[in-house]
Design a protein around this ligand. Structure first.
Ligand code: F6R
Length: 609
């Protein structure tokens, strides 16, 4: 979840590193630093806080060197501080290291190195790496790094430079993402593609257990044992501006508005031209193999898990296969019953979430076939799963996930329908009806975004409250959980999501005059029951915003504000009803003066357990 960047060439490394770190700041942002070979020695400049702090220091005392490494940090070992920031160095400042991930055996290594005379200044696990490499260094940085990583246990992506070899930048990957950008007379490393995109579109994606040695004139890839690897360059054809705010005040708002496009792109060529069937070429399982599935497990974290709750509903209702949905951090430890007849679907925007990756591996270990729904091509999850359904949401920069979540819903609808048509559990006419409704969603989201002002007004009224509730039944409950998470993470208002029917079993005690409640009532067959639950809270003075299907006459009479969502199939309503909840979280966060795109204590990609 931290960001790494590295440069070797003939330009001023400092500027390229800072520019790259800006593109990665969303990955971690409690401190940042650079190390540059400058005037015959390694100079390190670090600053706690946002990147601007580091920029200030570098402006005051610029470094002119042309090789360097940089890092933005999201603290794991040791609090955010200048000294805990990366890059780290050894006592002689001969070796400098940036690191993403966690070194599990760092305490034992630290004790050993202290005995050998090394002095440590930070609380980090990373500092042991710079000392260890320095300890093993005998004039060849590549060999020293190879020897050092043999001693490391855990996850790491590393960028390393040595004072005595200012013509080499060494990169290593083990369970933390790292890419190499190949330029003309200059080369780059990055924990993510946007870091190098202003300079090159030709990249190598390192795999676990691989390293790269970059000089000004070339890049060589090796296994950790030193065997040369030959690999084709991957040409990135993304437009860099897609990773920028595009005129919106925040990435989150931009990404909310990008949802119609994300829906269209994710459906893309997966629907036949006549609109009758779903095509999933990326799912390699044959029809016979799909027919052997007896149970499905959906495993993910946070927002992706909430998409999984909808996915469970879709698969059970359409394909009539029992589905369990689990948060990934619990899955492995509850001894799940997995067999060859289990299909495990892991969902991850980033494709790098440690818990999700661990669940994937455990499922495969026990013989399950794993399908990944992910937004990042070439991510760890995408590489390790047996089949991959890519969501084409494009890069998501805001920490709060919006378009990735809704694209995951679209992926579940498509896969659910694909499974259904293969297993023939529904009439073809039903599948056709669902596809027609799916295709209408992008335009319906556009209409829905037109009600942003009503949501904004409500958000401003509730922004000073400390607690609020989201209620709903069935799919509305699944969406309520996502709405509640979104609000908490960016507005810092405490909220709870409840199945409406559960309120009277305890939570109703918390409802008093003026407590805000967001009530979802989009499910036709549950409408009457939900309405009774809403009346239970209005009778106790709650201030209610209802979400109802277009044309509603009933709910509007019982609540303070109402947002209507365009008519669609009950199963598809989450792809619409979540949109006002995303806007509610956004405007509440804005009204409270929070940093919408970078909420406190959170990071975009969580690559530690
Ligand atoms: C919330 C959010 C997180 C992520 C979760 C999983 O807005 O973004 O809850 O959904 O950390 O991340 P991925 O999908 O990258 O595995």
């Amino acid at each position: 979840m931290c960001g790494i960047v590295g440069y070797i060439g003939s330009s001023k490394a400092q500027d390229i590193l800072v520019e790259g770190l800006k593109k990665l700041e969303y990955r971690g942002y409690d401190s940042a630093g650079v190390a540059v070979y400058n005037g015959g020695r390694l100079e390190v400049v670090k600053a706690k806080g946002r990147l601007a702090e580091l920029e200030g220091k570098l402006e005051a005392a610029p470094l002119s060197g042309t090789i360097g490494i940089g890092h933005t940090r999201w603290a794991t070992h040791g609090k955010p501080s200048d000294v805990n920031s990366h890059p780290h160095v050894d006592n002689e400042r001969k070796i400098s290291v940036v690191h993403n991930g966690i070194i599990e055996n760092y305490i034992a290594l630290k004790e050993e190195l202290i005995e050998r005379g090394h002095r440590f200044v930070s609380e980090t696990d990373t500092e042991v790496i710079s000392h260890l490499i320095a300890d093993l260094y005998e004039g060849d940085i590549v060999r020293a790094v190879q020897a050092a990583v043999k001693r490391l246990r855990g996850a790491y992506a590393l960028g390393v430079i040595a004072e005595e070899e200012p013509d080499k930048l060494v990169a290593v990957r083990n369970a933390s993402p790292l890419i190499i950008g190949v330029g003309d007379g200059e080369n780059f490393i990055g924990s993510d593609i946007p870091a190098v995109l202003p300079h090159t579109r030709d990249i190598y994606i390192l795999k676990d257990g691989e390293m790269a040695v970059l000089t000004r004139n070339g890049v060589e890839l090796f296994t950790l044992e030193g065997n040369i690897i030959s690999r084709e360059l991957f040409h990135v054809d993304w437009d860099l501006t897609t990773a920028e705010k595009g005129g919106y005040d925040h990435f989150m708002l931009k990404e909310i508005h990008e949802q119609p496009k994300a829906y269209r792109d994710t459906m893309g060529s997966r629907i036949t031209e006549d609109g009758k069937r779903v095509v999933m070429n990326e799912v390699k399982m044959t029809a016979d193999e799909l027919r052997t599935i007896r149970h499905v497990h959906i495993v993910a974290c946070g927002t992706a898990y909430h998409a999984g709750l909808v996915g469970k509903n879709v698969i059970e209702r359409l394909a009539r296969i029992p589905v369990e949905a689990d948060v990934a951090s619990e899955y492995r430890y509850r001894a799940p019953i997995i067999s060859k007849e289990t299909l495990v679907i892991v969902v991850s925007q980033s494709g790098e979430t440690a818990d999700t990756l661990a669940a994937l591996r455990e499922a495969q270990r026990q013989g399950a076939r794993v399908i990944a729904i992910t937004n990042v091509v070439g991510s760890s999850v995408a590489r390790e799963a047996d089949d991959v359904i890519t969501t084409w949401a494009g890069p998501e920069i805001a920490v709060a996930s919006t378009k990735a979540y809704t694209s995951q819903l679209i992926a579940f609808y498509l896969f659910g329908l694909y499974l259904t048509q293969t297993l023939e559990t529904q009439e073809p006419a039903m599948i056709e009806e669902a596809i027609t409704a799916l295709r209408a969603l992008p335009e319906q989201v556009e209409t829905l975004l037109g009600q942003a002002d009503t949501v904004k007004a409500f958000a401003e009224k509730i922004a000073n409250h400390d607690d609020l509730f989201f209620i709903g039944r069935g799919l509305d409950y699944a969406v309520a959980q996502e709405g509640s998470l979104k609000l908490k993470e960016i507005s810092y208002i405490h909220s709870e999501a409840y199945a409406s029917g559960e309120l009277k079993h305890g939570t109703l005690a918390l409802i008093e005059d003026g407590v805000p409640v967001i009530a979802l009532a989009t499910q036709q067959e549950l409408f009457e029951k939900t309405l009774s639950n809403i009346k239970e809270v209005t009778a106790r003075g709650a201030y209610v915003m209802g979400i109802a299907p277009e044309g509603d006459q009933e709910l509007a009479k019982s609540v303070d504000e109402v947002i209507t969502i365009p008519r669609t199939l009950g199963l598809l309503t989450p792809a619409l009803s979540v949109v006002p909840l995303q806007l509610l979280a956004y405007y509440a966060s804005l009204a409270r003066g929070n940093d919408v795109d970078k909420p406190r204590n959170l990071a975009k990609s969580v690559t530690v357990e």
